[in-house]
Write a protein that binds this ligand. Structure first.
Ligand code: CAA
Length: 420
């Protein structure tokens, strides 16, 4: 979809993404255990919205509608109806239309595209936010909740950790088809942890990991699947984090910018987006992301750009292999060849095609409903030179995000341009 009315990302903010391994996350061994609680789902959502309003200087009264991404509030926090929950963040939101959008891990992405659609229909200023809390239960119990993003009746039995097993299945197929090795794939996770170490908001900011750690299983990097045929194809370092957090942003039309006293040059413009949805349990080839390829080609075509124009990428590395699958789905590498981009250093912060500079889902973390919003904000922050220790050397002109729900079942791709 190419916007008929121009759409600008004005700015926004993310909370720190926290969970096991983050110094502020309260757990049994933490010095403040019993004295302080971790933020709730409402806490993360409210903090993100307040921070987005503060960062942009936008008065809450200017926001006409709210679009909130959240996947599993009912499961992890006994809480649904997140549109009305977000309205609690500011009295000026009262009685405005606020919606909750759900598309598994693409909830944040569809919250954004739904808000863009509203701008096409006449709205001038909208809030887009996403939040998730997943640490209220153990990762094993949480894996059962996350499995609701698959076809639960048909796919839950794959493993106690259904999604990790689905991507072990993809890595098995890919490595067998193209001869890629676990040592090569380890570079993806190592980059994620290394980038996260430069990012104050990242879940894994203090987790110093070596390349060798990410390249093979060990006592501190176990293979944890029970499924015998998939067990050898996944270890902890290949996985995104079970994170809590929130992200929020303001988007506006040209008329909205005038009302907010903003210039287009303060903003990033959305050139186009693509959304594709495929049937649950319908993956035809584990070595490809057909649905993401569809969303991406729509977005690039409507934006009038080709893959070689892309200067920055935020892709959905829910598991390490997915970073390569995404690069191939976006047309940046031939099938089986994405590893060359990683191994050559092209995807590093100072490479020719920086990918997931803040650490991605593996290093920054993956509070499911927030992720798609956070990806867009990361592109905005890089384009506006706001990324501090992980700032890319040259401000990118064109950035692309690819956010994915389930096993490539809902995909959202956006093309953003830095308005100079
Ligand atoms: N040796 C052997 N096994 C071990 C072990 C060791 N040293 N340490 C742990 N394990 C095993 C155990 O079986 C353990 O489970 P139990 O304690 O219940 O028996 C299991 O590994 C997990 O261990 P932890 O609970 O200590 O795990 P952790 O807190 O370190 O988390 C992780 C690691 C399980 C990989 C977790 O980070 C995870 O689940 N990540 C993936 C999250 C995920 O799937 N997100 C969704 C992505 S998919 C997507 O984005 C699309 C969508 O729409 C859903």
């Amino acid at each position: 979809m190419k916007p008929i009315r121009r759409v600008f990302v004005v700015g926004g903010a993310s909370t720190p993404f926290i969970g096991k391994g983050h110094p502020d996350f309260i757990w049994k061994g933490h010095a403040e255990f019993g004295k302080r609680e971790n933020p709730t789902l409402e806490g993360h959502l409210t903090a993100a919205i307040e921070a987005a309003l503060a960062a942009t200087g936008v008065a809450a009264a200017e926001v006409e509608r709210g679009y909130i991404g959240n996947f599993a509030g009912e499961c992890f926090s006994n809480q649904g109806h997140m549109g009305a929950m977000a309205v609690r963040a500011n009295p000026a939101f009262n009685r405005k239309p606020f919606y909750r959008l759900e598309a598994a891990c693409a909830s944040g992405g569809v919250a954004f595209t739904s808000a863009v659609d509203a701008l096409q229909a006449g709205v001038d200023v909208a809030l887009v936010a996403g939040a998730e809390v997943q640490t209220t239960v153990s990762p094993r119990e949480g894996a059962d909740f996350l499995a609701r993003a698959s076809h639960y009746a048909l796919e839950r039995g794959l493993d106690d950790f259904t999604f990790p097993a689905m991507f072990a299945r993809r890595w098995k197929a890919y490595s067998e088809a193209f001869g890629a090795t676990e040592a090569e794939l380890g570079h993806v996770s190592f980059k994620a942890y290394d980038n996260a170490s430069k990012n104050p908001l990242a879940h894994m900011k203090n987790s110093k990991r070596t390349l060798a750690w990410a390249q093979g299983a060990g006592d501190d990097n176990p293979r944890f699947l029970k499924n015998e045929s998939l067990r050898d194809f996944l270890k902890v370092s290949d996985c995104s984090q079970v994170s809590d957090g929130g992200s929020a942003m303001i988007i506006a039309t040209e008329a909205g910018l005038v009302r907010l006293g903003k210039r287009p040059s303060d903003c990033v413009e959305l050139l186009a987006y693509g959304v594709a949805t495929s049937p649950l349990a319908g993956v035809e080839d584990y070595t490809r992301l057909d649905n993401t390829a569809s969303a991406a080609s729509e977005a690039l075509r409507h934006a009038g750009i080709s893959p070689k124009d892309i200067g920055l990428l935020e892709v959905h590395d829910c598991f390490a292999i997915n970073e390569w699958l995404m690069l191939e789905a976006l047309g940046l590498a031939d099938r089986g060849q994405a590893k060359q981009l990683t191994l050559s250093g092209a995807t590093a912060i100072d490479g020719k095609l920086p990918v997931n500079t803040g650490g991605g889902l593996i290093g920054f973390g993956h509070p499911v409903g927030a992720t798609g919003v956070k990806q867009l904000l990361e592109v905005w922050r890089q384009m506006k030179g706001q990324c501090g220790a992980y700032q890319v050397p040259t401000l990118p002109n064109i950035g692309v995000t690819a956010n994915m729900g389930g096993d490539d079942r809902t995909s959202v791709a956006t093309v953003l341009k830095n308005v100079g």
